[in-house]
Every structure is written in structure tokens, then in C-alpha cells.
Design a protein around this ligand. Structure first.
Ligand code: ADP
Length: 370
């Protein structure tokens, strides 16, 4: 049976049972209450009053039955109307929800349900609307991502096509083309690797191996990794603070990856003669790591968006330099390790900060896990 007749009959049955109970109780109790009144009259009227007693009781029963019978059709009508309206409201909400779900399944993410009222059905409609909005955002993200990946691939692919045509036409020799081809292939490899990583990090599929290490160890590893590149570009890389006392509990390799992404960006955007400094500051719960550069800076209107996938302040200038997801990866990793990442910037340079959970007791460098 469909939901509406089931609800309607259910409601009607409940109301009719209530009516029957009302009738029964009225029939049982009314004579008893009336009898008390009759006794008082009989006492007042004396011996003649006793003769009136059966008449009075019969009259009362008749009046009660007539009143109940007269009220019955109206009561049943009202019961049916109430059952109809209540059932219709519930069924209408379910129908709207069902139609909305079908629309959502068909990809209509802008579909919303009316939120009128304060009951659980309205709450259900509200939750549906929240879910539809969130699915819409996910879908939009997916479309943007596919567009971005296509865009990122077009540049190296166009270059590769150019080189192969130059080879075919004999304009360039293989040894002239080889380094450029390798460079473009490297761009695509890095894009593929970064995309793989970003999807794993965002899906929470990157397994972390946290242990305790000092900020000094992190900075030393970063200098080992980047010292040469910085030197070649004429940019000074340094670190300060009392790092051997600032211990954190996090995944060392992932923390180094975050720092590496920030140092790569800092180097890319800092001109020769500039400086990049790393600072660690201790707090009660967190250690804050800072990467400060004297580079080009980031205009304020872009600051909110630079952690988004493929967002670039100057798309033309940096295309090919990075895959455009370095900061997205950094943010996801930091958040997964229980910290947060932030940026402040002016035309005099940028400062990226990220936090990692602090270890309360003092840890000396010798105690560290290697
Ligand atoms: P990309 O691979 O393009 O560097 P990121 O996600 O690492 O991608 O960075 C996003 C954008 O943020 C960069 O394209 C650049 O415009 C800007 N940016 C990041 N770090 C810096 C910095 N230290 N100085 C200036 N701009 C920066």
C-alpha cells in the first residue's frame, strides 16, 4: 500500500479509537455524576421526588445519547480532515525529498528543498540542502581539477610537439632537442607525482610516521638539501632560534617536505642577493616554523587563494616552474600532522609559517631518533 493511504488510515484509526474511548467514558461516568445531582433534588422535593427519579435518569441518558449521536458525524469529519492534512504534509515532504534525491543523482546539484517549519521534516530538508551544496562544491572542484590538469599538460605537450616537428623537418639535431625534451618530460613527471601525492594527502591516505625531533635537525636537513641551489642563485639561506630545545612530534620526512616546498618557492621568487631565513619559535602546544624571504612578495588580494590547487599569482610567469600544487600539498600535510599553515606578505617579501605539535619535555639533539 502507498504511504499516503497507510498514513491516512493510521491517523484515522487512532482518532476513531480516541472518539470511541470518549463515548464509552462519557456513557459510563456521566450517569454517576448525574445521580448525585438527582439525589439532591429528591431530598429537596421529599416523597414526590422519589417517584421522579427513574424519569430524571431516563431523561439524562436520552439527552446524553442524543448529544453524542449529533456530535458523531462532525467529530468523524474533523478526524478525517485532520488525518488527511497531516498525512498529506508528511507524504509531500517525502515526495519532495525523493524528487530531490533523484535530481541529485542525475547531477542537478543546484536543487534545494523548501525549509518551512521547525519540525524534523524541515531539519531533514535542511540536511539535504547542505548535502546538495557540498556535493555541488565537490563536483565543481572535480571539473576545475580536470580543466587545470588539461591546461598544465598542454604546455609541455605543445613544446614536445614543437621539438618532434623540428626533428622531423631537420631544423634541429637530436642532440639539440634531447635536453629540452627531457625538461618537458620532467615537468610532466613532476605534475603526475604531485597530483598523485595531493590526491593521496587530501584523501588522508598518506601514512604518517610521527616521532620526536628537534627543529635543528629539520633545518640542517633543509640546508643540506637546498644549500647548493641557493648558493648557485646567489641567495643566502640561514636559520636562527634556539632550535635544539624546540622539539616536535611529527613525521620528519613530511615536515621536511613542507619546508622544502616553502624553500623552493622562496628561492623561485627571491632575486640574486636576497635572503631567506628559517626561524623556529616555541609555544606551549605548538612549535612555529617560519620561512621568510626578501622576494617579490604576494599581493594581498591573492593571499587567501594561494593554497588552492593550481592557483598562481602570475600564471604566465611561473608556468613550467612548478606544478602549482606545492602549497596545497604543504597545507594538507601540515593539517594532517595537527598544525596549520599561514602566510603574510608585502612587497618586501613573504613569510610562511606552519606549526607542528610541540613536545613538552626538553629533548636534546643526542636523544633524537636518527
Ligand atoms: P607553484 O608550483 O606555482 O609554486 P605553489 O602552490 O607552490 O605552486 O604556489 C602557489 C603560488 O603562490 C605560486 O605560483 C606563486 O605565485 C605564489 N607564491 C608561493 N610562494 C611564494 C613566495 N615565497 N613569494 C612569492 N610568491 C609565492
Amino acid at each position: 500500500m502507498k504511504l499516503f493511504p497507510r498514513l491516512f488510515l493510521g491517523h484515522l484509526l487512532v482518532i476513531l479509537i480516541a472518539l470511541a474511548a470518549l463515548f464509552l467514558i462519557a456513557e459510563l461516568t456521566a450517569p454517576r455524576f448525574y445521580r448525585h445531582h438527582v439525589e439532591q433534588m429528591v431530598t429537596l422535593l421529599g416523597p414526590e421526588g422519589s417517584a421522579l427519579r427513574p424519569d430524571l435518569e431516563r431523561g439524562m441518558r436520552g439527552t446524553l445519547n442524543n448529544a453524542l449521536i449529533a456530535a458523531l458525524p462532525f467529530a468523524v469529519l474533523m478526524a478525517a480532515l485532520t488525518a488527511f492534512l497531516t498525512s498529506r504534509r508528511i507524504v509531500r515532504s517525502v515526495q519532495l525529498l525523493s524528487a530531490g534525491s533523484q535530481a541529485l543523482a542525475a547531477g542537478q546539484y543546484s536543487r534545494r528543498l523548501p525549509e518551512t517549519g521547525r519540525d524534523e521534516l524541515t531539519e531533514l530538508a535542511h540536511n539535504f540542502n547542505v548535502m546538495a551544496a557540498s556535493l555541488g562544491r565537490v563536483e565543481q572542484d572535480r571539473i576545475t581539477l580536470i580543466g587545470n590538469v588539461g591546461h598544465e599538460l598542454r604546455t609541455p605537450l605543445a613544446a614536445l610537439r614543437g621539438y618532434t616537428e623540428a626533428l622531423t623537418d631537420g631544423v634541429m639535431r637530436p642532440e639539440q632537442v634531447a635536453p629540452a625534451v627531457q625538461r618537458e618530460v620532467h615537468v610532466m613527471e613532476r605534475l603526475a607525482a604531485d597530483l598523485g601525492l595531493v590526491s593521496r594527502v587530501e584523501a588522508g591516505q598518506v601514512t604518517l610516521h610521527p616521532h620526536t625531533f628537534s627543529s635543528q635537525r629539520l633545518f640542517t636537513a633543509a640546508v643540506d638539501r637546498f644549500g647548493e641551489a641557493y648558493q648557485e642563485r646567489g641567495v643566502t639561506l640561514s636559520w636562527t632560534g634556539a632550535p635544539q630545545l624546540l622539539a616536535v612530534h611529527a613525521d620528519f620526512e613530511r615536515a621536511l617536505q613542507v619546508l622544502s616546498n616553502l624553500l623552493t618557492n622562496a628561492l623561485r621568487h627571491t632575486a640574486e642577493g636576497g635572503r631567506v631565513s628559517m626561524v623556529a619559535r616555541g609555544g606551549a602546544e605548538q612549535v612555529t616554523f617560519e620561512v621568510q624571504d626578501t622576494g617579490s612578495g604576494i599581493p594581498p588580494e591573492h593571499l587567501d587563494r594561494i593554497f588552492e590547487r593550481f592557483y598562481r599569482v602570475d600564471a604566465a610567469r611561473t608556468r613550467g616552474d612548478g606544478s602549482g600544487v606545492g602549497l596545497t600539498i604543504a597545507r594538507s600535510l601540515v593539517e594532517q600532522m595537527g598544525g596549520r599553515i599561514d602566510v603574510t606578505s608585502s612587497y618586501g617579501g613573504s613569510t610562511f609559517t606552519f606549526t607542528l605539535p610541540a613536545v613538552r619535555e626538553k629533548v636534546t639533539v643526542q636523544k633524537e631518533v636518527p
